[in-house]
Design a protein around this ligand. Sequence first.
Ligand code: KMH
Ligand code: ZN
Length: 273
Amino acid sequence: MDKLVITAALNGAEVTRIQSPHVPISPQEIAAAAVAAAAAGASIVHVHARRDDGTPTQDKRVYQEIIERIRAVSDVIVQVSTGGAVGMTAEERGDVIALAPEMATLTTGTVNFGAGVFMNEPAVIERFADMMRLHGVRPEIEVFDVGMIAAAKRLVDGGKLSLPLHFDLVLGVPGAIPGEIRHLMHMVSELPAGCTWTAAGVGRAQLPIATAAILLGGHVRVGLEDNIYYSRGRLAVSNAELVARIARLAQELGRDIADAGEARRIVGIFGRP
Ligand code: KMH
Ligand code: ZN
């Protein structure tokens, strides 16, 4: 089994400071959260840009500042979001790919997302895939339901994506596949041979889905984007706290933790930075 790659989804687009005062917003806060998460065992940080008032933005300049601040102090893999926030246009969401980050998310379908719709038309998905190939960006195929795995396979058949892919299996978004281990097992069974995968459980599904992923040979994503609680009724005080628990669990279960260099090899990032 490969060493465990832990992704810290630091802030997301939708979580507010009212929900959790610990969500990093500014590039400085995001960089500090990235460093702390890396020290706790994360080898990838998934980041969303925010404006000073906390609202989500896909402004390239904000992403540039986030990447530069993290790069200056850490070799953790910086994965930017092309999902942005519900309601953003595809044009604004895709802009960040031109920065040629090491890694970016690529969602391969449309899904209800809480009260909104996370819209990903086929032509937009193909355009983002083309842009990622052009700029040498490793996509993380982010799927919220099993049909999105089938869609990724069609993109492979059509020459838009190449195997092996790295997937992020997200379970528990209201409107998408529920956060149950049997659904995780089914999603894993549908992946093309040779692909790697991370599992992200949303809300109370975070800990059981992460534990199952450790045991099944997958990788784990935790963080305040997906879940603001450490335990019932007790907010997580930081992303690092959530990452540290996964690192402890993995060690107890006999799974070593990948550092950033090892994570690059595992998820298929070669020759950078
Ligand atoms: N904020 C969600 C609507 C991604 O980062 O690529 C989409 C999302 C996925 O967070
Ligand atoms: Zn995200």
